[in-house]
Design a protein around this ligand. Sequence first.
Ligand code: FES
Length: 254
Amino acid sequence: MAIDDKTYDELREIAARYPQGRSGLLPMLHLVQSVEGKVTPEGIQVCAEILDISPAEVSGVATFYTMYKRRPVGDYHVGVCTNTLCAVMGGDLIFERLKEHLEVGNDETTPDGKVSLEHIECNAACDYAPVMMVNWEFMDNQTPESAVRLVDDLRAGNEVHSTRGPRLCTWREAERVLAGFPDDLADEGPSAGKASLAGVEIARTMGWTAPAGEASAPTGSTADTKVGAAEQADTARAESETKAEAGQAEEGKS
Ligand code: FES
């Protein structure tokens, strides 16, 4: 599918959201993926044209981040975290089991195009290890058995909900959301899980609070005075260095 006028307009709309248009490149590439199923040469060309940068610059970004795909992925892109904590908690086993069950390797898609598999790095969700992701939504506390059930449900077209988010949509739909076009599902599901909130709850029970630091000190405080004094000292040092350099330059002339 080619980049049509509607997509072209939406790419321009994304670029216009930022004071520097090129800051919009990441969501623009997500939009390209939502339309083309991957980052295509045409998508790279169009982004470069809109942002007035070179295709090589766009390509450099698209090949740096693993969320940008140069080959089509499945309707449901399944990531298994095999980073240290998830690995020892069962992530390696899950990944091996899914490869065997789906008969695909890393970064490969099932012949029906429904599921692709990728081993991924830490998702900052170690408190729910071992963690999987489907189209970037969390599936927490998985086992090899639950992982197999999950991919079977996805292939069968059954409705599946993230353990900490909304019902799962297709990869292309998720890519459109990442491009900044919401699907209004963001409020489905819990916003934070029990494990992530455990520390806060313990602190509340114990009456612990964060120590007051210099960063939070009110204006006119001792901290402010110290910062002001340090700035003055810096300015004085810079002035004296400038004078010394100017003096040396004068001596050099004479
Ligand atoms: S190691 Fe898997 S989420 Fe951190």
